[in-house]
Design a protein. Sequence first.
Length: 102
Amino acid sequence: MSTTFVFKRKVNRDDNTTRFKARFCVRGYEEPDDGSDCFAPTSDNTNLRALVALAAAKRWKFRTFDVKSAFTGARIHKPLFIRPPIAMNVPKGYGLRLDKTL
């Protein structure tokens, strides 16, 4: 998979630059996928309403929470290599092995 840097300029209310930020990103859409380990459950409002109604009827405690970084730093169970960014000056033919997700 190839990699890229994403650069961003942070500005204040007066449109003056306050800082520069950079992120190292892996283009995950290029990863070969055999479809064997793909699981992405989704829900709609109907399911949520039914779950809240069931919790109210059974007098269950119902709490909500938001997970903003569910996949940050997750372990990788198979070897995954990425191409280094051009700025690293790594010899041609070499790659970087990921131990955790980016």
